[in-house]
Write a protein that binds this ligand. Structure first.
Ligand code: FAD
Ligand code: NAP
Length: 421
């Protein structure tokens, strides 16, 4: 039951394009703020909106079905009076005419528009379309890889980013060889720095995964199905399943003739508003002016959810600068890695809690004397303190001192409910 009316008194029909986390969060926020006009959600996937993180973890491992990972049950859309159009892609946007064109030929009118089309995997340049070569973004991708994994003998993962590391951790539980190929250094090194990336590489190796760094793929061999992966040092690795995880690009093709400003994402101001009135963007597709971090685009779960809400509020005439401390988690084997802030360009780091040997610790990252990020492995609780310190914009020295204080240390010692503190 929808209560209340459109608080702006202007927009009476909102269309959300992109039926996933940011889009659903925006639609939900509109209703929670009392918006009583029409809300339509358009997505190109045929499934009800589902959650992506389990795809590389429990779904791939066969522990959960995609139907168990829906963001909201089907009846929720009826209750919230959200009109769903699924399995139909937006193909163009007419800003002046206030319509979105769909692949089916329909034109959907809007007064307010939320762009939430996320991102799509980058293909391996020059690779032929061989059977057994996959990217992982959608439920269909995860189901196809899961089926292959059941009989695969040699799994090669190209890219040591989040997808590569998580897929390796899941595949390692199967009866096959698993190899991660990373073009530069250790997995996730660009994001988390050499020290922790090397620990992660050892974690993989300890589970029987081969980690090859400085490994450039030159060719995929095979007739119709992949047979081997060739590297620039002349090695040929046997492979009957290849996962490509070399990053994503924002899904903006449908906006190419819209006139909206696009540069590695839909450009927005600090309140998620594009240059066109009544059009906002959120999630992996949005590049916005973060109040303290400058122009950023973030490809992680918490951001998509919170930015969807923020964009909806901007549409309702309640804009506020959106300036979160970025957060991401990654589950690999029995380790939970959590990162706050942006450690990627740190020039110093220090261990402030736990130990590297036990793979249970918190490390702080600094740049030019400021605290810029923190990473925890199986230590959730103290990371919260680091997040507050980041929000306060403290110096690296003050953050380190705060962690050495009795207050943070005693808070950290209380055990968490699942043993992960
Ligand atoms: P998306 O989830 O990409 O959704 C966009 C939707 O729009 C998709 O359904 C897409 O098909 C649709 N779409 C695209 N173009 C069009 C069009 N033209 N018309 C209509 N619809 C369109 N983050 C974490 O923080 N922790 C994790 O552990 C984690 N694990 C992940 C595991 C996997 C396998 C993946 C793929 C991602 C993971 N992420 C994780 C990242 C997180 O899931 C994303 O940041 C989040 O899904 C982004 O949400 P979004 O709604 O912005 O975009
Ligand atoms: P990613 O995290 O951006 O990592 C891509 C990795 O591939 C990087 O390590 C990159 O190295 C490497 N690479 C790039 N080109 C390469 C090449 N030609 N050969 C070998 N390696 C290459 O992207 P992803 O792992 O593909 O993940 C896709 C998206 O899903 C991202 O948005 C990611 O955030 C999201 N995701 C998130 C999680 C999580 O948060 N837990 C889990 C799964 C997926 P350089 O860094 O050196 O360029």
């Amino acid at each position: 039951m929808i209560v209340g009316n459109d608080p702006t008194g202007r927009i009476q029909r909102v269309v959300v394009v992109g039926g996933s986390l940011a889009g659903v969060a925006a639609a939900e926020e509109l209703r929670q703020r009392g918006f009583g006009g029409d809300v339509a959600l358009v997505g190109d996937e045929a499934l009800l909106p589902y959650d992506r993180p389990p795809l590389s973890k429990a779904v791939l491992a066969g522990e959960r079905e995609v139907t168990e990972t829906l963001l909201r049950p089907s009846e929720w859309y009826d209750e919230q009076q959200i009109d769903l159009t699924l399995g139909d892609a937006a193909v163009d946007l007419d800003v002046g005419g206030r319509t979105v064109g769909l692949a089916s030929g329909a034109r959907v009118p809007f007064e307010g528009l939320v762009i939430a089309t996320g991102a799509a995997p980058i293909a391996l340049p020059g690779a032929p379309p061989l059977d057994g070569v996959h990217t992982l973004r959608t439920a269909a991708d995860a189901e196809a890889i899961r089926e292959r994994l059941a009989t695969a003998r040699n799994v090669v993962i190209v890219g040591g980013g989040f997808i590569g590391a998580e897929v390796a951790a899941t595949a390692a539980g199967h009866d096959c060889t698993v190899t991660i190929l990373e073009a530069l250094g250790a997995p996730m090194e660009r994001v988390i720095g050499t020290t922790v990336a090397e620990l992660c590489a050892d974690l993989h190796r300890g589970h029987g995964v081969a980690v090859r760094t400085g490994a450039l793929v030159t060719r995929l061999h095979g007739e119709s199905a992949v047979r081997a992966v060739a590297l620039d040092d002349g090695t040929n690795l046997d492979a009957d399943l290849v996962i490509i995880g070399i990053g994503v690009r924002p899904s903006v093709g449908w906006l190419s003739n819209s006139g909206l400003a696009i540069a590695d994402g839909v450009l927005c101001d600090s309140c998620c508003r594009t240059g066109a009135g009544g059009i906002v963007a959120a999630g992996d597709v949005a590049r916005w002016e973060h109040p303290t971090l400058g122009s950023v685009r973030i490809e992680h779960w918490e951001n998509a959810s919170r930015q969807g809400q923020s964009a909806a509020r901007a549409l309702l005439g309640e804009p506020e600068p959106y300036g979160p401390v970025p957060y991401v988690w990654s589950d690999q084997y029995d380790r939970k890695i959590q990162i706050v802030g942006d450690p990627s360009e740190a020039d110093e780091m220090t261990l402030v809690d736990g130990s590297y040997e036990e793979l249970r610790f918190v490390a702080l990252y600094g740049r030019a004397g400021r605290l810029v990020g923190a990473l925890a492995m199986n230590r959730s609780r103290p990371l919260r303190a680091a997040r507050s310190l980041l929000a306060d914009g403290v110096s690296f020295a003050d953050a380190t001192e705060a962690f050495n204080s009795t207050e943070v240390k005693s808070a950290s010692r209380r055990p968490g409910p699942t043993g992960v503190q």
